[in-house]
Design a protein around this ligand. Structure first.
Ligand SMILES: [Fe+2]
Length: 450
């Protein structure tokens, strides 16, 4: 995949009526320039850079920052500006990639923290140029607001996306892979860290990896994900995973599974074993929502990224597990276009499980199978207008005949996040256009940015 050249500001122009889709032409705007964010003019080698925070187990937050020269991995924090009642000490690491040597990467877990509370924090650098930061912890209960955007990169379009995100007053950011697009040029990781710091230092950013994070070079740099794993430590230990490339976390009644498209997902793999065990642990009375994030989409009607093993093979390996666990939503990135699917599952007569990809290429095959479509969507409102209120039986009645003309595919081109929805509950599209779509689903707020 190339750089995220541009993103649409597609305004939903189609109004769906029943099982009819009306698609409107969309012209992508031109690419915007790449750029890099330099070290602040006031900074010295001990000034913290690239500060970001992430959830790290119940009531805890991980704080990460980088300095060019050694400073202790100590965070001072409290609920009043300038008054730090608490202190925590963590660890320092660094990495090498070809001729590049990273700065000191500081990693400190703080807590226990109160929910829905603003904390002020600073670092024991000994430098007069160490600013104070603050973040807000997520709420303990619904409603919670997630912002979701993948394939960020570092272009003019990234800048506008981040501006949209910053205006959304979200609680937790979910990033389905492809962060910096450094693509082996390591200083671009530092630039990306500086670019996102204003947001990522204020709210937890929960990420998973994409293809641009691999950065392995045959015979030269054997280890994949060197920079990603060093810089974006996610709470895999806390969720019983052995790899930073797949993990889960729980926040405000939502269990979020972050999958690794570019980690081993084959038979007997650690990721498959971990996923099975993690899904078994989900307690729907505690976390009624179950959300999965993955980079390479398992369904995609775009011309780009068709037939990739990370999509097809992973779907074969995992989709049945997600279906059995009654996952509510799957978000993916990778394809730089926005699509949203209603839920679907495909089961052939020989009991092998296939999932239904509803597009021109596969639709002709549908009638040759005795398939069951498990739609559980109750209500779909698009652009603020209710188009249908369908229970399971009614949905099958209405939508099964429409498969032949693909009319139950809801497609909004031009955004970054692909959503495969296995919606059990109410979905409402509250706002559409200008690259922002907000869905409120049973008090779960999702904002998708493009
Ligand atoms: Fe990608």
């Amino acid at each position: 995949m190339g750089l995220p050249e541009f993103w649409s500001l597609m305004i939903l122009a189609g109004v769906f009526a029943g099982a009819m889709e009306i698609a409107h032409a969309y012209d992508r705007p031109p690419p915007r320039e790449d750029f890099a964010v330099l070290v602040a003019a006031y900074a010295d080698p001990t000034t913290p850079q690239q500060v970001h925070v992430s959830l790290a187990g119940e009531n805890k937050m991980r704080i990460s920052w980088i300095t060019d020269k050694h400073t202790p991995p100590i965070v001072n924090y409290g609920t009043s500006s300038g008054k730090y009642e608490h202190s925590a000490t963590g660890v320092i690491s660094s990495y090498e990639y070809l001729t590049y040597i990273s700065g000191e990467i500081h990693d400190v877990v703080i807590g226990p923290l109160n929910p829905n509370t603003v904390y002020y924090y600073s670092f024991a650098t000994g430098s007069s140029s160490t600013p104070e930061y603050s973040f807000k912890t997520p709420p303990a209960q619904f409603p919670i607001k997630f912002a979701v955007s993948g394939d960020l990169g570092q272009t003019g379009w990234t800048k506008s996306t981040l501006e949209h995100i910053s205006q959304s007053n979200y609680d937790v950011f979910l990033l389905p892979g492809d962060l910096s697009y450094a693509d082996r040029i390591q200083p671009l990781w530092d630039s990306f860290g500086r670019l996102v710091e204003p947001l990522a230092s204020q709210r937890p950013w929960m990420v998973t990896q994409g293809n641009h994070e691999v950065e392995k070079i045959p015979a030269i740099h054997h280890t994949p994900f060197t920079a990603y794993n060093a810089r974006w430590h996610m709470p895999f230990e806390e969720s019983g995973s052995t790899s930073n490339l797949y993990y889960s976390f729980e926040v405000s009644g939502v269990h979020v599974v972050m999958l690794g498209s570019y980690a081993d997902f084959g038979y007997g793999s650690d990721q498959i074993r971990w996923l099975g065990s993690d899904l078994k642990k989900v307690d729907r009375s505690k976390t009624p929502w179950l959300v999965v994030i993955v980079h390479a989409p398992w369904y995609n009607s775009n011309y780009a990224h068709q037939g990739e093993k990370e999509s097809i093979d992973m779907r074969v390996m995992m989709e049945g597990m997600l279906y059995k666990a009654r996952v509510d939503l799957v978000f993916a990135g990778h394809v730089h276009a926005y699509e949203r699917f209603v839920s679907h599952i495909f089961i052939a007569p020989d009991l092998k499980r296939f999932f239904l990809q509803i597009n021109n290429r596969l639709s002709d095959h549908l009638t040759s199978y005795s398939c069951r479509i498990a739609f559980t969507i109750k209500k779909l409102i698009t652009a603020g207008r209710c188009i249908s209120q369908l229970g399971m039986e009614e949905t099958e009645k209405v939508l099964l005949p429409s498969i032949k003309n693909h009319s139950h595919r809801y497609r909004y081109l031009g955004k970054r996040v692909l959503v495969m929805a296995n919606l059990r509950l109410l979905m409402e599209v509250m706002q559409s256009g200008r690259g922002i779509e907000m869905m409120t689903m049973n008090r779960l707020n999702l904002i998708l940015f493009g």
